[in-house]
Design a binder for this molecule. Structure first.
Ligand SMILES: NC(=O)c1ccc[n+]([C@@H]2O[C@H](COP(=O)([O-])OP(=O)(O)OC[C@H]3O[C@@H](n4cnc5c(N)ncnc54)[C@H](OP(=O)(O)O)[C@@H]3O)[C@@H](O)[C@H]2O)c1
Length: 331
């Protein structure tokens, strides 16, 4: 599988990573054994980067990953873990805790759940507005020195925070939503990360399943499914967004590939510093995503894609208002 580098100084990683969030219910019910089989399939195919968060199913996701990794050599995969999101037992979002003591406590629990002695990339899920980023990154840097963490990443923060964080400790990647329907990072964030040699682990490349052959207007979602409250999936927006997907599908059909594959190939084509995180919880989805790496997009294809889905064309914000307000990357 094509290799890319997670930041100027590595480590090397396959051109796509596997995001495991959906295996813990973020997009409706998930089958545990199928999730584990999907992780095995990814590793066997050469995907090395596995992304999780301690708040994905409140530990469920880390425990599932630990089970999947049993017997695998520790140097055969990279674990990317987000921390800091505060949630109640019903899954409600309460805020973020980036205080140094919280960083170290969360890390201690994650190491236990994952059954490992170090985490490859540890990152705050969001900026805690009450804690200077220097303090949060400084606490992770302490854990790097102590050997519990190898590298530090960021998530959904803007250029100023990125620069302040990188002044404390090298940052290997910024995780951020980046897709044909979410191109905000192009304006000020990508110039900053490229200047600093920081990679982008792009999530939501399929816009949470919107860019696929499966999502239909009015589709029923269970409570807890992100799409049940995402503005882009609500009546009034979903119709316009599906029309964009239909225009993109015409390009995919002409190339004999799926619309999801075009979206993944488009993200991967935006630069070798972009590593799409694929949110597959099933093997068939993962196979489709891996197939995207064989989809070559030439200049004509990219121009046609731009015309089908112009920058800024998506209807509705990428998160509900309360969660948009928590995004330093949108400030
Ligand atoms: N840093 C952050 O703030 C943040 C936020 C969100 C996610 N993430 C990370 O990024 C990862 C990826 O993001 P995401 O899951 O939101 O984005 P995504 O890949 O855009 O969306 C995943 C959704 O797309 C659907 N889908 C359709 N075709 C697919 C295919 N061929 N391959 C994979 N999925 C397909 C899946 O359907 P099914 O449900 O039917 O499988 C799933 O509902 C997450 O797993 C998580 O690790 C990070």
């Amino acid at each position: 599988m094509e290799q890319r580098s997670l930041g100027r100084n590595g480590p090397a990683t396959a051109a796509i990573g596997l995001g495991c969030m959906g295996m813990s219910g973020a997009y409706g019910p998930a089958d545990r054994q199928e999730g584990i089989a999907t992780i095995h399939m990814a590793l066997d195919a050469g995907i090395t980067l596995l992304d999780t968060g301690d708040f994905y199913g409140m530990g469920h996701n880390e425990l599932l990953i630990a089970e999947a990794l049993k017997g695998r050599p520790r140097d055969s995969y990279l674990l990317s873990v987000k921390f800091g999101a505060q949630r109640d037992p019903a899954g409600g979002w309460l805020g973020f805790d980036g205080r140094p003591a919280a960083v170290k406590t969360a890390l201690a629990y994650s190491l236990q759940r994952l059954g490992v002695d170090h985490i490859d990339i540890y990152r705050p899920a969001r900026l805690d507005p009450a804690v200077p980023i220097e303090e949060t990154i400084g606490a992770i840097a302490d854990m790097v020195k102590a050997g519990y963490v190898r590298r530090i990443g960021l998530s959904e923060v803007g250029p100023e925070t990125i620069r302040r964080a990188a002044a404390v400790h090298p940052i290997c990647d910024l995780q951020i939503e980046y897709s044909l329907l979410s191109r905000g990072p192009e304006d000020a964030i990508l110039p900053a990360t490229r200047d600093l040699g920081i990679a982008i682990t792009a999530y939501g490349v399929l816009s949470r399943g919107l860019i696929s052959n499966d999502y239909a207007a009015g589709q029923e979602t269970v409570p807890g499914d992100f799409r049940s409250h995402s503005p882009r999936f609500q009546a009034g927006n979903i119709e316009a967004n599906l029309a964009l997907v239909a225009a993109l599908r015409a390009i995919a059909d002409a190339k004999g590939v799926s619309v999801a594959q075009v979206a993944i190939a488009w993200a991967a084509a935006q630069g070798r510093d972009i590593i799409p995180l694929i949110g597959a919880k099933r093997r068939d989805r993962l196979a489709e995503a891996i197939g995207a790496l064989d989809v070559a997009l030439d200049g004509d294809d990219l121009a046609a894609i731009e015309q089908a889905v112009p920058k800024g064309a998506a209807a509705g914000d990428r998160y509900p208002a309360a969660q948009m307000a928590m995004l330093d990357s949108e400030a």
